[in-house]
Design a protein around this ligand. Structure first.
Ligand SMILES: NC(=O)c1ccc[n+]([C@@H]2O[C@H](COP(=O)([O-])OP(=O)(O)OC[C@H]3O[C@@H](n4cnc5c(N)ncnc54)[C@H](O)[C@@H]3O)[C@@H](O)[C@H]2O)c1
Length: 286
């Protein structure tokens, strides 16, 4: 039987055995066992799927949202399936709400290991430079950029108190490439999230705090469904996706679990693209 040595020089058995260990959550108590995660925008889409998947992998989850009904539902779903979760209301663009979200997490579960700054908006009035109003610009920046900044401002000291951890900031593939279907404020906000994440990653790299940006491609969530409300609008995008389909929120949640877990222990400052190949492509398959 071929034995494999881990980085600790310990023989752990056959390749098959190692595979089983890596993919069985039960044997190791879950990939996020012992971790406390705060997830914003947990009432819907990527946030909800992430809350559910984080809990499934053993994390205690603080579900955060402005939508009390949807956020409460997510927390209830976790508790009903045997996990640990609370719902905490916060508007991520309001400093006192974000400070409270972190302190409630510490009071309830004793520490914070993971902050997933995921809440974001894409406003339907968002357009090109000429047609986007200052109000649309300001609201988008307040939630998408200031919201992530505040999550880091109050989350980082808590993660330091816990001895280290992982911050995941939801950016987007639109931070990487331009689109003629303009949504200028949104695109600029996601570019800011990407730059902010890289700088924070470098600042905190020797403090056992990792900061990664997660860049989803277009997904079938409420956010995109509201925006792409006709076949014509949807097909205008689909032709540019090599895989020929929109992604699912769960496919982003799976990436978030990886970035939150110790499996990504040598990753910081990345722009983790989960986009069906969009940013790699020139001409897509027929
Ligand atoms: N859906 C996509 O195609 C797509 C693609 C790339 C990136 N993203 C990004 O992923 C993140 C999640 O998007 P989604 O598609 O799951 O959206 P969604 O609309 O399905 O869910 C967003 C959640 O955030 C909450 N929220 C909105 N404003 C908030 C605020 N100020 N404070 C707290 N909570 C707030 C909403 O109530 C909602 O529950 C966003 O940052 C979005 O920009 C989405």
């Amino acid at each position: 039987m071929k034995h494999v040595s881990t980085s600790y020089g310990r023989s752990v058995g056959s390749i098959g055995h190692l595979f089983k260990r890596a993919y069985s959550t039960k044997q190791e108590g879950g990939r996020l066992a012992g971790k406390v995660a705060v997830i914003t925008g947990g009432g819907d889409g990527i946030g909800r799927e992430s809350c559910l998947l984080f809990a499934q992998h053993g994390a205690k989850v603080v579900v955060v949202d402005v939508n009390k009904k949807r956020g409460g539902e997510t927390s209830d779903l976790i508790k009903k399936s045997g996990g640990e979760a609370i719902f905490q209301y916060a508007d991520v663009s309001v400093a006192s709400d974000v400070a409270k979200m972190i302190s409630i997490a510490e009071q309830t579960f004793g520490k914070v290991n993971v902050v997933f700054n995921n809440a974001g908006v894409m406003l339907s009035e968002d357009d090109d430079a000429v047609n986007t109003s200052e109000e649309t610009w300001a609201t988008t920046m307040d939630i998408n950029v200031k919201g992530v900044f505040l999550g880091c401002k109050y989350g980082i000291p808590a993660i330091q108190r816990a001895g280290g951890g992982s911050i995941i900031n939801t950016a987007s593939f639109v931070a990487k490439i331009g689109a003629a279907t303009s949504q200028l404020a949104y695109t600029a906000s996601k570019g800011a999230v990407l730059s902010m994440s890289k700088e924070l990653a470098v600042i905190h790299a020797r403090q056992n705090i990792r900061v990664n940006a997660l860049c989803p491609g277009p997904l079938r969530t409420d956010l995109l469904d509201k925006f792409l409300d006709t076949d014509e609008k949807r097909n205008r995008r689909l032709v540019h996706i090599p895989m020929g389909r929109f992604g699912q929120a769960k496919e982003i949640a799976q990436a978030a679990v990886f970035l939150a877990s110790d499996e990504s222990s040598f990753m910081t400052g990345t722009e983790f693209l989960v986009d069906g190949g969009i940013t790699a492509s020139y001409v897509t398959p027929l």
